[in-house]
Design a protein around this ligand. Sequence first.
Ligand code: ADP
Length: 333
Amino acid sequence: MAAERGEDDAAFEQRLRPSRLDDFVGQTKVKQQLGLAIAAARARGEAMDHVLLYGPPGLGKTTLAAIVAQELGVEFQATSGPVLQIKGDVTALLSNLEARQVLFLDEVHRLQAQLEEILYSALEDYKLDILIGQGPAARTHVLELQPFTFIAATTRAGLITAPLRSRFGLLLRLQHYEPEELARILDRSARILGVPMDAEGTEILARRCRGTPRIANRLLRRVRDFAEVRAQGRITAAVAADALEMLEIDEYGFDDTDRRLLLALIDKYNGGPVGVGTLAAILAEDPHTVEEVYEPFLLQIGFLDRTPRGRVATALAYQHFKRDPPAAAARLF
Ligand code: ADP
């Protein structure tokens, strides 16, 4: 227990990561498609098709990539777009691949353009063009690579270039989780951590984690601390509710950006419609991030609507923030 206390976020997440496809909760369609691809690759003894996983942070992209390697029985190597700085980083990575292994690249949208180009032929036919020498004497040498499976992840599918996109056999989108699915994830995590938790406590946490397993697990960690100090370690409904109140986590688990987005819509723009560019400017974010990272959850839970003229706050959003909705006639639908 003592060592666990000091454990950092990465180690904590690692401990709670399911390692088999069967233990990965939800995302049924994604799991079906991956399951098929894994079975086919295993049967042929070949590398699996390349996969692009996209969706908001914390929904399980890294976890799924590691599961694919595990299910294929091959090596797993993970890196991320911004870590790769020069051509040599990419060529070293590719030339050291083991046969049929999984190479996972997180934040692929942040990979520099000239590094992305090196990937094209590697993904297409497992070949790498290497320039030897300089100036007029330079020659290109083609290096044969081991066949491998490239799994890339991004929160920003809209930024993936067409040539890169065309090299993936599977393009899989992860969605936010339903409360029942989050309850299963929380139960599993509580079991692993050895924290006793009542069904009602689980349900409260499951509804306040913004549809996101990473947030669910972090909440569990903080509520566990609270329970140990205040309630002999058991997470009951009352303990969960008190802890969340102390942590100032509201009924939907909104973060600061969610709140600012909705309140700007309601208070500054009379509920909308407002263009995504304007919303992005208020949040000091770029429009794609607003669209691909922040909006999906608000749309899914029915707090936000997309109309051809822009975003609008729904009656639910007004209710939640205890604001009176504008008279219907005043709204420019
Ligand atoms: P992403 O790469 O999409 O940001 P991760 O794969 O790092 O997300 O997942 C974040 C955390 O949430 C991990 O600790 C993982 O164990 C947990 N998690 C995500 N999806 C699931 C799931 N479907 N079932 C169980 N745990 C999950």
